[in-house]
Design a protein around this ligand. Structure first.
Ligand SMILES: Nc1ncnc2c1ncn2[C@@H]1O[C@H](COP(=O)(O)OP(=O)(O)O)[C@@H](O)[C@H]1O
Ligand SMILES: [Mg+2]
Length: 296
């Protein structure tokens, strides 16, 4: 497939499965083989200045260079009228934000462990290529039919070509609930900026609420820069080690946040402890721990 030039004629378009700032995402079928994919159509007209045209092209380039089980696979791309079309692996389980909303009062701890370890794997791979995601959030983390994680939407990812890179995101971000204080304040940032966003994502799995929310950007900036850990986390039924880990991930000083490797270690340790608790009868019903009943 990689050597063939594709165009819109090769696909039949089915239902819309998502939309974002610059376009829409459809389920499509490759007419030849009947294989299903996701087609992300990016409206190039929405990027007016010539300088901004690099954004969709960068998404395409970065996506092409990443090949990993935990990253949405890139199949091909082409231009159709004013749209850049990216043909991607189809994730049939929707996105993590939708999953969180379906799971009241929070994502079951067993799924939390699985998802977190898989996000660590994907993020570690992206970082190993000297790429920062910069927009990690539940809406950009997709689920397969078998409820495994795929990190997607590399729309504002960028190469960490300069450790002092200071670029402020001007396009591609809606309300920046998951944006680190250093990014918001235009300061130097590094891989730990993705750890902040991942921390906000884990917080949401634990509480079903945004870690930081405000009605204006200025208020949001003040909140994320305050160093205060939002209180809803205390009320979560997750183990205290996990709550502590999440708090460490969303601390203002990026150098104090745990590395992705450390996050994985802490998660594995806590999971082991929880498994022991289950076998010793600590959980009254298995339901508190597990969602393998098929719900969610
Ligand atoms: N490969 C995919 N498989 C399934 N759903 C997808 C896929 N890509 C995107 N989506 C859905 O479309 C939404 C928007 O896609 P995304 O790539 O995040 O675009 P944007 O850059 O506009 O935010 C996602 O939150 C998700 O629900
Ligand atoms: Mg998105």
């Amino acid at each position: 497939m990689a050597n063939r030039n594709f165009s819109m004629c090769d696909f039949t378009v089915h239902e819309k499965i998502g939309s974002g700032v610059f376009g829409e995402v459809f389920k499509v079928k490759l007419a030849d083989t009947q294989e299903e994919y996701a087609l992300k159509k990016i409206n190039l007209q929405k990027f007016n200045a010539e300088k901004e045209q690099i954004y969709p092209r960068r998404e395409e380039k970065i996506h092409k260079s990443l090949l990993h089980e935990r990253i949405v696979a890139f199949k091909c791309s082409f231009i159709d009228q004013n749209y850049l079309c990216l043909v991607l692996e189809l994730c049939r389980g929707g996105n993590l934000s939708q999953y969180i909303q379906r799971n009241d009062p929070c994502v079951k701890i067993k799924s939390f462990f699985k998802f977190t370890k898989q996000i660590c794997d994907g993020l570690e791979y992206i970082h190993s290529k000297d790429i920062l995601h910069r927009d990690l959030k539940p809406q950009n983390i997709f689920l397969t039919e078998r409820k495994t994680i795929k990190i997607g939407d590399l729309g504002v990812a960028r190469l960490l070509e300069d450790p002092k890179c200071r670029s402020i995101l001007t396009v591609g971000i809606g309300t920046p609930y998951y944006m680190s204080p250093e990014l918001m304040n235009g300061q130097e940032y590094n891989k730990q900026t993705d750890v902040w966003s991942m921390g906000c994502t884990l917080y949401e799995m634990a509480t079903r609420e945004h870690a930081f929310e405000a009605s204006t950007i200025a208020d949001l900036k003040a909140k994320v820069s305050s160093g205060m850990i939002p209180t809803k986390l205390d009320q979560s039924e997750y183990p205290s080690e996990i709550k502590q880990l999440i708090s460490q991930m969303i601390q203002t000083d990026q150098n104090k946040r745990p590395s992705v490797q450390k996050i994985r270690e802490s998660i594995c340790q806590c999971e082991q402890q929880q498994t022991q608790n289950i076998s010793s009868g600590y959980y009254s019903t298995r339901d508190t721990y597990d969602d393998s009943s098929g719900l969610g």
